[in-house]
Write a protein that binds this ligand. Structure first.
Ligand SMILES: *Cc1c(COP(=O)(O)O)cnc(C)c1O
Length: 488
């Protein structure tokens, strides 16, 4: 007997039978159904008890049970609607009623209130050991053996000489600009399609961002747009002080032509690899192409220290200076003496312990994210209205987030699809809103790819799907089912 049959009783059913089914069903709920199989009302433990108190015996039927309208939900309702109804009435089970009035299933709060998040922290086995070591030795400070080791281990992993562990990726970018001499009145080229943290540090330094569009091949900075920006600057008699090249969603930008342009014009590059740790460009680690590179270990990144960042470079002087500036720029004197304005940007030894454990599992996290991307693509391959973020032949992407665009000719636009996903408790997000469209950067200059702005179009149609390396197997299936319901 399936669960529904087990919970179903009729007016002619005996009270004994109803009690026994209630006992076996374990949901505290029976479904009273009429002779035609249509749902009539729910029956609770209390309802049966009241019949007994009113003098019914175990051999009596449910005939005398009053008619009542129960809380039910229509087939096709969303999880959100079902949960709202449960919350409103303080109940944990809800019969789902089909077209002909029959019960098609019972929703159990425990089974439907699980939200699928975009990207959540995924700890390995060793983080705790490094952190315990920090406690055991009382290294609870923004310096210590975990900090030193984390820097060494990350530098070795990405193949760069030096690294400074910092309190955030934003701090790494800020110090990076400062080390490149960016100051008030300077201009800095910066990818437009990115998170605000790529551009904000330019403003911290009193400089002005000039935004550069994406290309179609990688969705990252367009070499063609960068070239036009450099040509315009030269024509007008100025040069940017630095170029911030961002590597989005786990994929490197097309570094060879971008670096060639920056070298030609003699402008240093700060690579924002906050989203691309573990990715490579022609076999070389993303984040290691510019004079400086920045990684982030924020909570939603591919590996996390809950909050943290790393600035990397092959130049020892730059990284030594970063460490100096990140610890309040204290001169080497016995008293507290300062000749420069410093910051409190160093990473704590506890969080560096988490970072060391996370580095141990980075490879497997990259593999898992790539598999998530592949699973979506395989399952939705036949839907022409979805374009997956391309992975050029020179790229090894981590697919930190599975990104795609939704062509509205497939039935619904990105915005509507996101709403449908949210109603099923699935967190999806649009692609980053380009910086040249942000109110806060209104009036900043912008160089588009060509007569069309690629980033505008990506923003309009772009969507990131849940991509955690720790998503249970059934989650992708659940998401794919919802996407399929609305797209063709
Ligand atoms: C997350 C992120 C940052 C900022 O890193 P935090 O560690 O959160 O400060 C910078 N740039 C990009 C592209 C990011 O995604």
């Amino acid at each position: 007997m399936n669960k529904l049959d087990m919970l179903t009783v009729h007016r002619q059913s005996k009270l004994r039978e109803a009690l026994s089914r209630m006992d076996q069903g374990a949901t505290g709920l029976l479904l009273l159904v009429d002779a035609g199989g249509r749902f009539e009302r729910t029956v609770t433990d209390g309802d049966l008890r009241r019949l007994l108190l009113n003098g019914a015996t175990l051999e009596d039927t449910l005939e005398s049970m009053s008619a009542m309208s129960s809380h039910v939900i229509d087939e096709g309702a969303t999880r959100r609607e079902a949960l709202d109804l449960m919350n409103q009435h303080g109940i944990n089970h809800l019969p789902v009623i089909g077209k002909h009035g029959q019960v098609v299933s019972i929703l159990d709060r425990k089974e439907i209130d699980a939200q699928i998040l975009l990207s959540t922290p995924h700890m390995g086995d060793t983080e705790r050991l490094y952190v315990e070591e920090a406690f055991r030795t009382n290294w609870i400070a923004p310096l210590g053996p975990n900090v030193d080791a984390f820097e060494r281990e990350l530098a070795q992993m990405v193949g760069v000489r030096h690294a400074a562990a910092l309190s955030s990726g934003t701090a790494a970018l800020h110090l990076g600009l400062r080390l490149l001499g960016v100051g008030p009145g300077d201009k800095v080229f910066c990818s437009t399609l990115t998170f605000a943290a790529s551009a904000n540090p330019i403003a911290y330094q009193g400089a002005e961002p000039v935004f550069i569009d994406s290309d179609h091949e990688s969705w990252n900075m367009s070499p063609q747009a960068l070239q036009r920006a450099f040509e315009a600057a030269r024509r007008e008699g100025w040069m940017p002080k630095a170029v911030v090249i961002v590597c989005l969603y786990g994929q490197s930008a097309d570094m060879d032509p971008l670096m060639a342009l920056c070298n030609e014009y003699g402008v240093p590059v700060l690579e924002d690899a906050a989203e691309s740790l573990g990715a490579t460009y022609k076999g070389k680690a993303s984040g290691t192409f510019g004079r400086l590179g920045a990684y982030s270990f924020n909570g939603n990144k591919i590996i996390t220290t809950s909050g943290g960042g790393m600035l990397v470079s092959d130049e020892p002087d730059l990284i030594a200076k970063a460490r100096f500036l990140s610890t309040q720029a204290r001169d080497p004197a016995p008293h507290y003496q300062h000749s420069e304005i410093g910051f409190n940007y160093r990473m704590s030894n506890i969080l560096a312990g988490v970072g060391r454990g996370q580095l141990d599992v980075l490879r497997s996290r990259v593999e898992a994210r790539r598999q998530v991307f592949q699973a979506y693509r395989d399952a939705l391959m036949d839907l022409d209205c979805i374009t997956w973020m391309p992975e050029p032949e020179w790229s090894y992407s981590t697919h930190w987030l599975t990104a795609c665009t939704i062509d509205p000719r497939g039935g619904v636009d990105r915005q509507t699809l996101m709403k449908h996903l949210a109603a099923e408790l699935i967190e999806a997000r649009p692609l980053w809103k380009p910086m040249h469209l942000q109110p806060v950067f209104q009036g900043c200059r912008y160089f588009a790819h060509d007569s069309d702005s690629v980033s505008d179009q990506l923003f309009e149609q772009g969507l990131c799907l849940p991509s955690g390396s720790n998503m249970p197997a059934g989650d992708i299936e659940r998401i794919v089912t919802v996407v399929r319901r609305f797209l063709r």
